[in-house]
Each structure stands twice: as C-alpha cells, then as structure tokens.
Design a protein around this ligand. Structure first.
Ligand code: ASP
Length: 336
C-alpha cells in the first residue's frame, strides 16, 4: 500500500476563530485527515502549529529538516506539508533547493479556516495526498497543490489574498480532481544544494522595494545594520531611480551581496535600460535573479551565504534563473 507522511505546520487549514481575536492556528494535523483517501496509508505528525506569517528563518529550516528526514525514509512514497499560504512559497522553495530524494513533497493549505462551513482545507489536503501518492510525481521536487492545481514551487507566489486558487507563477505540472491526477509537464530542476545549517537562522538578507521617490540611503542603513545581502525589488524588468547605482556600489564595497529582482509578478529581470536602470545596476555589481521573485531570491541568497558561498558563486547560482526568459505560465487573475 502507498504510504504518505503528512507534516503539519499550522496555517489557515489548521485555524479556528478565537473569541474576538481572529483565526488562530491550533488544530493538530491528525484532526484534519477526514477527507483523505482510505486507500493510502497516512502517517502524520506536527512539526509546529503556527500562522506562516509568523515564521522565522529558523522555523523554515526546522520544517525543511523535518521534510528531508522523512523523505530519506524508504517507507514513504511521498510527503505532504500543511502550511499557511502567506509564506508557503518561501518554505516550499527552500525545500525544493535542498531535496535530493525522488519522493515528491507536496505543500498545501487553505484559504478558509477549518471552522468555516465552506473551508477548502479538506479538499486541498485530499488532493495533496493523491498527488504525493501518485508514482508519476516522483522526482517532481517540492510542489504547491492548491484548488486542484499542482505547481512547481520555484517561481510560484501567492497572488491573491482570498481566492481559492491563490497561487500562480510557477510551472503548472498537473491537475488533480476527485482522486484523479493529470500530469501536464515535468519540472526543470536545478542542482540540489546542501541542507540549511543553524547559520541559516541568522543570515540577514533584506528586500528593498523600489518606487518613485524611494530613498537609496536605505541600502546604507541596512549595511550599517550588518545585512549580508540585499535583494532589490526593482521596477519593471529590473530598474531603479537616481542614486541606487551609487548605493549598490557602496554596499558592494562593504562586502554586501546585492541581487536585482523585480516587483512585477511575471517575467524575468533583463538589463535593458541605462541612466540608472538595469544595465547600470548590473554593472555596479547587482546580480540579476532571472524569473525568481524577491522573496524566493532572498531564500536562495540566504541559503548560499549561510553555506559560506561568496561571489562569483552566488551569481553563478542565480544564473540558472537568469537564463529563463519566458514566464512559466499565464496569469490567473489578469483582470483583478
Ligand atoms: N493565510 C494564511 C494561511 O493560509 C495564514 C498563514 O499564512 O498562516 O494559513
């Protein structure tokens, strides 16, 4: 019989309203298993029970370690992780970076709490278990399974605060409905990196959004606060206004690694513009993150820096994403 391990971490799927204080993650994962296929042997345990908006890098490392430990056990055909949607893209991406095993790791959650009459948690969890149990998903790495869609963790992001299908961006690998899985594509996976160590917990990488009138001296303040890496969430294809080129040069001179991502949800960073745009930022030493959005670029940089990787090897690690010039799927919410 197929065996799937479910690791609970909290999130809306495990949340119930607490009088006047909003929904709080409180349900152990074993209370969430009602809709899961009885044909699959399911074992479960809680790694933690928290809202993912509260996660630290240490928490994310602990989740990743639990996943890797379970994935290495030969009795498991697949792993499911229940997780809050707010930062699922960070944890799932980190797991994908370090997962060497063939077993799939399927992240899922809910947009409506466990005590809502129309909660989407049970169906998402049932779909995730089907996905993890299906032999065709071996070697898919870490994926996000939500509202019947299975997406590669890489480049996937939460794109809607409330919709039942909040995730988009990453490659659509398959669909799952009523226990039937239809594969669409195999993911292109990067070389596996070493698992995060305790160093990861305190590796400081900050994200700086660029907007009209934003102050480049924020980079200097971060350097003063001992940041190790900065990810710029540039405008458009990766641009910034007056003063940023010089600020990037100062940060680089202080030994801080700078990456250039974009605040735009779809499409890669491509240096096109001068006059302080992407061409000049890259010339100043900013590493283009390709199609990796700022939050996943931060995870990759934090993992690399925590392993002691320095430039130019950090740049080489981002190069895999930099060559991806195509958006990996079409927007799901084009009119919203
Ligand atoms: N909205 C979130 C969820 O799905 C809250 C969180 O990230 O924990 O769980």
């Amino acid at each position: 019989m197929t065996t799937v391990k479910i690791l609970g971490t909290g999130g809306t799927i495990a949340s119930r309203a607490v009088d006047g204080h909003g929904a709080v993650a409180s349900e152990p994962v074993e209370n969430l298993l009602d809709g899961v296929d009885p044909e699959v042997t399911v074992r479960s345990r809680d790694v933690m029970t928290t809202g993912s908006y509260r996660l630290t890098l240490r928490d994310i490392r602990l989740i990743a370690e639990s996943v890797l430990d379970e994935a290495a056990r030969p009795e498991h055909d697949g792993i499911v992780v229940t997780h809050g949607t707010d930062t699922m893209e960070e944890t799932a991406f980190l797991v994908d970076l370090v997962l060497a095993e063939r077993v799939p790791v399927v992240f899922t959650g809910a947009q409506r709490s466990a005590d809502a009459t129309d909660t989407d948690g049970p169906r998402n969890l049932a779909d995730a278990v089907h996905t993890a149990a299906d032999p065709r998903t071996q070697n898919w790495g870490a994926v996000i399974c939500f509202d019947g869609e299975i997406r590669a963790a890489t480049q996937t992001a939460k794109m809607h605060t409330l919709a039942s299908a909040p995730f988009a961006g990453g490659a659509l690998l398959g669909r799952v409905h009523s226990g039937r899985l239809s594969p669409v594509a195999d993911p292109v996976r990067r070389a596996t990196l070493g698992r995060p160590s305790a160093e990861f917990d305190t590796t400081r990488v900050d994200i700086v959004p660029i907007y009209p009138g934003s102050d480049p001296e924020l980079l200097d303040l971060l350097v003063e606060r001992s940041t190790q890496g900065i990810v710029l969430a540039g405008t458009g294809s990766g641009n910034a206004g007056a003063g940023y080129v010089e600020a990037v040069q100062r940060a680089r001179a202080a030994g801080v690694v700078v990456a250039l991502s974009t605040r735009v949800p779809y499409g890669p960073v491509v240096p096109i513009y001068g006059n302080g745009g992407g061409v000049d930022l890259v010339a100043a030493g900013a590493i283009p993150t390709g199609a990796l959005h700022p939050f996943q670029a931060r995870m990759l940089m934090a993992l690399l820096l925590s392993h002691g990787v320095r430039e130019p090897d950090v740049a080489a690690a981002f190069a895999a994403d930099a060559t991806d010039l195509k958006p990996s799927c079409t927007p799901q919410h084009p009119s919203e």
